[in-house]
Design a protein around this ligand. Structure first.
Ligand code: ATP
Ligand code: MG
Length: 355
């Protein structure tokens, strides 16, 4: 039996706390299931590392990571370190070099979670956010500085190949999971160059999946539909910026950042994929021991699914759901008084009964 090799980057703030709990749950599974082996190697690359060394990861950092089966990532962010460093010198190089062009974000309301919506309909859909191009390009600059006409230009990059591969991934996912509809977020009425190409390519890809409906919505309307009829979505595809905004909105509908996981997927499998809670380092609660580890534990479940252990992945999500429904061991963001460690342990114990 092969042991999965996982690179763990705990990061800053609450990152190490929640990541420790995710590893705890995976270790519990390893003890319980003789067909499952997993090994971890930890990399302390984050803001402390940057402040000590002047760079946030070693020069050969990507080389060190590239042969792992997957990466479990905490969060990076620290007020002493500019976001340009944490985002552009750690997160982006990993995402781009490892061609993690699909950002997968389940929006699923677990039983027992309170939603700000009165509507009690189940919410369970998947957002695939384009993760490698789009609005978050660093092409652009400032003109006429120190001048009253100062301006900034920031270019969006949408490529045919880039849209094609994310759209294909979404339709394939829809087909495999018996979904009947894919919703595309667009704004081609106003953003007439890049978003028109987005629409054209998505429509072209959709033709290969005749039994799956393509719904195309303008991002402004779609944001409203997320609130008004979230139960109607099955699979959503969006550009980098639109997907970022939609998934934070989606997270708010299903319990907030403390219970919102994600995966940065390299579909070809030639480089490791990376799994992380969508929240940041949460400096306001760092060190208090009250961060909710569920988002990170759920991200570890997405990782197991990606590694081919759908059974164990499902068991983790069920364990999370049961702990939430029991309502006894919850962090303050879900209305409880328990600590990060207590929630992690409760889920680790629960999962043992499910495998
Ligand atoms: P960063 O710059 O790293 O993104 P941030 O200041 O944006 O950090 P987030 O981590 O995105 O902070 O968190 C936003 C809010 O959500 C904060 O008030 C934070 O305390 C809360 N929050 C985030 N993650 C969790 C969690 N796992 N459990 C409980 N609360 C959380
Ligand atoms: Mg943030």
């Amino acid at each position: 039996m092969r042991a999965y090799k996982i690179a763990v980057l705990p990061g800053d703030g609450i990152g190490p706390d929640v990541t420790k709990e995710a590893v705890k749950v995976l270790e519990a599974l390893k003890k319980q299931d003789p067909t499952f082996d997993i090994a971890f190697e930890q990399f302390e690359w984050g803001s402390e590392y940057y402040l000590a060394n002047g760079h946030i990861m070693p020069e050969d950092g990507l080389d060190q990571l590239k042969n792992f089966d997957a990466i479990l990532f905490g969060a990076v962010g620290d007020k002493r370190v500019p976001d340009e460093i944490t985002i552009w010198e750690l997160i982006m190089p990993i995402r781009k070099n490892f061609q993690q062009y699909v950002n997968m974000r389940p929006i699923k309301r677990l039983a027992g979670i309170e939603s700000p919506l009165k509507n009690e309909q189940p919410i369970d859909f998947m957002v695939f956010r384009e993760n490698a191009e789009g609005e978050y390009s660093n092409i652009g600059g400032r003109l006429y500085q120190q001048h009253s006409q100062e301006m900034a230009i920031q270019n969006t990059v949408i490529t045919k190949q880039g849209v094609e591969r994310i759209a294909k991934y979404a339709f394939e996912y829809a087909q495999k999971n018996n979904k009947s509809k894919v919703t595309s977020a667009t704004k081609s009425n106003a953003i007439i160059h890049s978003m028109k190409l987005w629409d054209e390519v998505v429509e072209l890809v959709a033709k290969d999946y005749g039994d799956i409906e393509l719904e195309s919505n303008f991002i402004d309307a779609l944001a409203a539909y997320f609130v008004l009829r979230p139960e109607s979505f099955e699979v959503v595809i969006a550009s980098n910026l639109f997907g970022d905004i939609l998934t934070d909105l989606g997270a708010a509908l299903v319990g907030g950042l403390g219970v919102s996981p994600s995966g940065n997927i390299n579909p070809e499998g030639n480089f490791p994929s990376m799994f992380e809670a969508i929240h940041g380092s949460a400096p306001d609660i760092a060190g208090k021991g009250i961060a909710n580890p569920i988002a990170q534990i759920w991200s570890a479940a997405l990782m197991l699914n990606h590694l081919g252990r759908e059974d164990l992945s499902t068991a983790i999500v069920e364990a999370i759901e049961q702990v939430i429904q029991d309502g006894k061991v919850l962090t303050p963001d879900l209305g409880g008084t328990s600590t990060t460690q207590e929630v992690g342990s409760a889920i680790a114990e629960k999962v043992l009964m499910l495998v």
